[in-house]
Design a protein around this ligand. Structure first.
Ligand code: UDX
Length: 440
């Protein structure tokens, strides 16, 4: 089967590499000349564990090629995935479909033989139908189907998520048996491993992606609010999360309290869903509230740090462990650190930063902060230590040695990585998230 992946960004590149590993012949089209040059040179423009090896192996086997030219790739393909960006439009909060429709217009003249075109990027409900309408106008003679196949990949574990999905969702047009057959074939290697491939209408597939992300965002906001309550009443949010998460109706995932969700998906998708619902005159008050809770959360974390510091951070040295929106990625999009760090600096703190992978992306975003390549060097002489992103290497820190290097004794652990007892034994005044008992 010949697959054309339009877009060599995060979703496109991971999906292209995984499809090629299934044995399909994949051509990945990337328009950005800098990114394309890197890919052609064997470099991976993003940090994603395992991706470099996967691409290298399949390139060597001739199963994946990169190109800037859409024409030949589309005309040869049985299946074309649209994996271009759908960023949040400034002001409106809507998904910006400029790149999607530009790709559709560019690929139209090259459609040859029966071809399935499917969205992989997250697109608002109705986009597949609109793509079909545009293609029919551009190619009244064309033999094609348009599907919706949203991705559910998490950064940092995207390859595992692709190869071992909880489910694959494929939205196909009514009675479109040919499209269904092509989509079944491309996912057959997963179906053989018992991954459920669920066929729906295109609208349901499009909405399912937003609904899934909004639900997960809601779960995080729920536990974050519960964490605040735990602090007020002397309970431990981790124990509450385990207790409620053991109920299979609730589930134990995404109940980790922290500084608020970030990343390229949740904030953008929650916002786009809110817009869609308002336009459909069915506002989602619950989801709108999730947005507000998450925004307030980041500000509340600033207050938490200031309080832990004794009410004042002016001229205090704050050492921050981790700035990316989560571990195992260098992605800074909507990271809580983008709100928290500048506010601390506005309050007169001298902020030091360390991140195992994020420095290159993050350094230009934090003017006035001091960067360190070693966490221990950063900690040396600090008054307050704040853990913002739960990279594994921070879990292994020897808290006694850390405390020994510091000038102060405050540890604000916004991801509940450390054991309060260990931290206190090491001489820290410990402040976690939702750990009412530890704070008491
Ligand atoms: C998410 C979805 O999980 C994925 O299915 C979708 O396709 C893209 O968006 P991703 O953005 O890579 O993936 O990260 P994810 O691991 O879901 O975390 C998102 C944010 O929520 C991070 O900021 C993370 O720190 C936060 N989070 C997650 C919590 O604060 N608590 C949790 O329990 C889980």
């Amino acid at each position: 089967m010949k697959v054309c992946m339009i877009g060599g960004g995060y979703v496109g590149l991971v999906s292209a590499a995984c499809f090629s590993d299934f044995g399909w012949s994949v051509t990945c089209v990337e328009k950005d000349t800098e990114k394309l040059a890197m890919l052609l040179d064997g470099q991976i423009p993003i940090f994603e564990p395992g991706l470099d090896d996967l691409v290298a192996r399949n390139r060597a086997a001739g199963r994946i090629v990169f190109t800037g030219e859409m024409g030949p790739a589309v005309s040869e393909a049985d299946l074309v995935f649209l994996a271009v960006g759908t960023p949040m439009r400034r002001g409106s909060g809507h998904a910006d479909l400029t790149y999607v429709y530009a790709a559709v217009a560019e690929l139209a003249p090259h459609l040859t033989g029966y071809t399935v075109i499917t969205t992989k990027s997250t697109v608002p409900v109705g986009t597949s139908r609109e793509i079909e309408r545009r293609l029919r106008m551009l190619r009244p003679d064309g033999d094609f189907s348009v599907c919706s196949n949203p991705e559910f990949l998490r950064e940092g574990s995207a390859i595992g998520d692709f190869t071992h999905p909880d489910r694959v969702i494929v939205g196909v047009g009514e009675d479109d048996a040919r499209a269904r057959d092509v989509m079944s074939r491309v996912y057959k290697p997963l179906a053989l491993r018992n991954a459920p491939v669920i066929f729906t209408t295109r609208e349901s597939a499009e909405l399912a992606k937003y609904a899934a992300n909004a639900f997960l965002a809601m779960k995080i906001s729920f536990i974050n609010e519960m964490a605040d309550l735990c602090e007020a009443v002397g309970a431990d949010v981790q124990q509450v999360a385990t207790a409620i998460g053991s109920d299979r109706r609730i589930g134990d995932k995404f109940l980790h309290a922290g500084p608020g969700y970030g990343g390229s998906c949740f904030p953008k998708d929650v916002s786009a869903l809110v817009r869609t619902a308002r336009e459909a005159r069915r506002p989602l008050s619950l989801v709108e509230q999730v947005q507000t809770v998450n925004e307030e959360r980041k500000q509340a974390m600033v207050s938490k740090i200031v309080e832990a510091a004794g009410g004042e951070v002016r001229d205090r040295v704050i050492a921050v462990l981790g700035v990316t929106f989560k571990p195992n990625t260098d992605d800074m999009r909507e990271a809580p650190s983008l709100t928290i760090v500048p506010r601390l600096m506005d309050k007169g703190a001298s902020v030091r930063l360390h991140d195992p992978q994020g420095r290159r992306q993050a350094e230009p975003l934090f003017e006035g902060a001091r960067w360190f390549d070693s966490a221990m060097e950063m900690i040396d002489g600090a008054d307050i230590l704040v853990l913002l992103t739960e990279w594994n290497e921070y879990r292994a820190l020897d808290l006694k040695a850390v405390k020994g290097l510091m000038r102060g004794d405050r540890l604000v652990d916004l991801r509940n990585v450390f054991q309060p007892d260990d931290a206190m034994r090491a001489g820290f005044v410990y402040e976690g998230v939702g750990r009412g008992d530890a704070a008491a």
